[in-house]
Design a protein around this ligand. Structure first.
Ligand code: PNS
Length: 170
């Protein structure tokens, strides 16, 4: 019996400043479960991101080039409105530890309040990535620490370029 199955679009929203291997892991898991996954970079909120929106889009596109069901975009305004425009039925968020839970729970329920038909699905990254965050990557790298294996190689290269630019300006 052939059953028509709706095309399930998931959105994976975040700041991605920068993309980490934890994010990559969640995107790969999402791409296996959903028909397509849109990595949605929040635009214009953080006043001083390390990487511009354009840089973040191009990094993530580069990492997932050839993966046809992974798209990368930026969005502004309410996430639920963006999800509706994209005809997405699922929001994907990664949960690393109990400490993530409260903020994620609040967001998921607020989004449900705003858009009852949109479901938030939490996914856990592989355990070797559970302590990684974009904030710590930036801090450790800028203070001279090693981030190899924690971010894709292209992110390491771009971090190095930022650091070189900073040194030149000093
Ligand atoms: O990776 P982050 O920075 O924790 O992601 C937070 C993000 C982008 C998911 C959240 O700030 C968001 O959805 N912002 C868009 C505005 C919005 O809809 N706010 C209400 C969320 S309940």
């Amino acid at each position: 019996m052939s059953q028509s199955h709706p095309h399930r679009v998931a959105i994976y929203p975040g700041s991605f400043d920068p993309l980490t291997n934890g994010h990559v892991d969640i995107i790969e898991r999402g791409a296996r479960i959903f028909d397509s996954i849109i990595v949605a970079i929040l635009a214009n909120v953080e006043k001083k991101p390390l990487f511009s929106e354009k840089e973040r889009v191009s990094i993530i596109r580069e990492v997932f080039k050839g993966k046809d069901n992974v798209q990368v975009e930026t969005f502004e305004g309410l996430l639920v409105d963006y999800a509706q425009r994209k005809k997405a039925s699922v929001l994907v968020r990664g949960l690393r530890a109990v400490s993530d839970f409260e903020y994620e729970f609040q967001m998921a329920l607020m989004n449900r309040h705003l858009a009852p038909g949109l479901e938030t699905v939490f996914m856990m990254p592989a355990e070797q990535y559970t302590y990684i965050s974009s904030r710590l990557i930036k801090e450790v790298f800028m203070l001279g620490g090693e981030v190899e294996g924690l971010v894709p190689p292209i992110v390491e290269d771009k971090l190095r370029a930022k650091q070189a630019g900073k040194k030149r300006r000093k």
